[in-house]
Write a protein that binds this ligand. Sequence first.
Ligand code: UGA
Length: 438
Amino acid sequence: MKISVVGCGYLGAVHAAAMADLGHDVVGIDVDQAKIDALAAGRAPFFEPGLPEILTSASASGRLSFSSDIVAASEATVHFIAVGTPQKPGSYSADMTYVDAALEALLPILKPGDLVVGKSTVPVGTASRLAERVREVQPAARLAWNPEFLREGFAVQDTIAPDRLVYGVASEADDAAASKAQLDEVYAKALSEGTPLVVTDYATAELVKVSANAFLATKISFINAIAEIAEVTGANITELADAIGFDARIGRRFLNAGVGFGGGCLPKDIRAFGARAEELGRGESLAFLKEVDAINLRRRQRVVDLVVEMLGQHAFEKRVAVLGLAFKPDSDDIRDSPALDVAVQLNGLGALVSATDPEAIANARAKHPQLHFVTAVEDAVRDAEIVVLLTEWTQYRALRPADIESLVSGKRIIDGRNVLDAAEWKAAGWDYRGMGRP
Ligand code: UGA
C-alpha cells in the first residue's frame, strides 16, 4: 500500500519504518527539517533499539522516504496521523494543536477513497470531530482511529507484531467496511499471524487507549502506595508483589515499586483523561487518577528525602552520584522522567550531583544545563557520599559493591528501582535502602 505518516517522533518514525519494513511504500512527513534530514540519511533522531536497522534496510529498498512537504504524501491512500498530544501548559488537558494542524495539512491532498488514520492519543470525541472535517472537504474520503500501544524500548517489535489491533470506524456500514478493508491490508502480516483485532466505534477506540494507560499507571501507583505502608511496617514490597503476582487475576507485570512512572505518555494521559471526564460532567468517575498521580509524584520526593536523611539531614555541598536520567531503560526519553526530576531536586538543595546515563545525557543536558553530567559510572561515583540508582539500565542492575567501593567516599546507596541484591550490598558494609524494602 502507499502510506503516509504525518509526525516523525517516537511513534511516527517507528511506524513509518516498520510499515516500509513490512513491504509498504511509505513517506514520513514532519515539520522539523532537522529530523527529516536525519531520517532521510538513515539516522534515527532518538535512541530506540532496532530502529536504525530497519531505517537502513527500508531506505535501501527504496520503499521509505521522508519529507517536510505534505505534497510528498499526495500519492498515498492511507494517511496516518502520529503527532504528539502533550499536556497543555497551565492545564491538565491535551494540547490538540498538532493533531488539528496535521489534519488541516492533509485535507487539501485527500483524494476520493483515501483513509485518514488517527494514531495519536486523543481526548474521546476527537475522531468524530475530525471525521466531520474530512467530510466537509473531501466527502469521498474517510477517517478511522487506530490507537497505538507500543512501548518505548520495544517500539519496533511492538509495531511489527502488536499484541492487539483496534480499529475505530464510522457508524455507516459502507464507510466502516471500506475502512476495515484498507486497514486489514496495512496490517495483513500481523492479522495472518493471528493478532487479535477489535473493530469498534470511534469513542471506544479512543477510550481503549487512555483506559489501557490509566490502568497501567494505576497498577504502578497501587504497588507504590503499598510500598509506602511497607516502609513504615518493615515489610518487603518485592516479596509482596511476587506473592500477589502469582494470582493470575492480578499478574506480576507492572508491579515493580520504585521511583514511579514517567515518560511522554502515562503522566500526561491520566491527566488529560481526568480533564476530559470533567468536561463530560463525569469528573468523579476518574477522580481516583488524581490519587494515582499524587502517589506517583510522592515517590520522587521519597527518594529526595531519603538522600537528605542518609546524609545526616544536609545535602548541601555533598557529592551525590545519580545513575540514570531516562524515564526508563533502553530509551533516551527524559520527558517527565522521575530520575531527572530527582537529580534536579537534589541539585536545587545544593548537592553536588554527578549524573550519568548510557543514552539520555544529551537530552537531559539540553533541558537542565545546570546539572553536572559524566559519561562513565566510575566518574559519577568518584568521591560520592551517596549513590542513587534511578533508571534500571542493564549495566546498573549488574553493579556489584566491589565495582565501585574503592571510588566512593561513603558506602551509601539508594536503589530507586529495587533491582540490586540488597543482601549483597548490606553484607559488603553498605547502607542500602530500596523503595518499600526493609
Ligand atoms: C506506555 C504504555 O506501556 C504503552 O502501551 C503505550 O503505547 C505508551 O505508553 C504510549 O501511550 O505511547 P511507555 O511510556 O513506553 O509505554 O513506558 P512503560 O513501559 O509503560 O513505562 C512507563 C513508566 O512506568 C516508566 O517510567 C517505568 O519505569 C514505570 N514502571 C513500569 C514502573 O515504575 N513500574 C513498573 O512495574 C512498570
